[in-house]
Design a protein around this ligand. Structure first.
Ligand code: HEM
Length: 125
C-alpha cells in the first residue's frame, strides 16, 4: 500500500521533472529571462527532492538494497550523471555547443533511467 503510493508519487514527479527540464532547456536555448524567475529556482529542486524521497522510500518499504540490485545501482549512477549534465546544460556550459550537447546527453540518460526502471536491467543489450 505505502509502496504503491510512493511509486505513484515517484512517477508523477518524474513527469514533472522532465517537463520542467524541457521548459528550462527551451528558455536557455532562447536566452529567455524567464529562466531567472524565482519559482524556476525553487520548484524543480523541490520536485526532485520529492522524486528522490519517494525512490528512497520504496527502497526502505520493500527492503531493497541497491548493492543487491544492479538496476537500482545503475539508476543511482545514471541520476548523478543526469544531474551533472543538467547543470552543464542549464548553467555551467560556457558555449551554446557545450550546453546543447549536455542537454541531449541529459535526455539520453533520462531515457536510459526509464528503460532501466521498466526492464529492471542495467544492461539493456
Ligand atoms: C536514484 C534514484 C532512484 C531510485 C532509487 C529509484 C527506484 C525505483 C524503484 C524501487 C521503482 C519501483 C520498481 C517497481 O516496483 O516496479 C522505480 C520505478 C520507476 N522509476 Fe525510479 N528510481 C530512481 C530514480 C528514477 C528516475 C530519475 C527516473 C526517471 C528517469 C525513474 C523512473 C522510474 C520509472 C519509469 C519507474 C516505473 C517502472 C515500472 O514500474 O514500469 N526513477 N524506481
Amino acid at each position: 500500500m505505502a509502496y504503491a503510493l510512493l511509486k505513484h508519487i515517484h512517477l508523477a514527479t518524474i513527469v514533472i521533472t522532465l517537463a520542467l527540464f524541457l521548459l528550462r532547456g527551451a528558455w536557455r536555448l532562447t536566452d529567455s529571462p524567464k529562466l531567472n524567475q524565482k519559482w524556476v529556482k525553487i520548484v524543480p529542486h523541490t520536485n526532485d527532492a520529492i522524486l528522490l524521497a519517494a525512490a528512497i522510500g520504496m527502497l526502505v518499504v520493500a527492503n531493497l538494497n541497491p548493492l543487491d540490485h544492479g538496476w537500482i545501482m545503475a539508476k543511482i549512477i545514471a541520476l548523478l550523471a543526469y544531474i551533472m549534465l543538467g547543470t552543464i546544460a542549464l548553467k555551467r556550459g560556457k558555449t551554446p555547443l557545450q550546453r546543447n550537447l549536455a542537454f541531449i546527453g541529459a535526455l539520453a540518460v533520462f531515457a536510459y533511467m526509464i528503460a532501466v526502471a521498466v526492464t529492471k536491467q542495467a544492461w539493456l543489450v
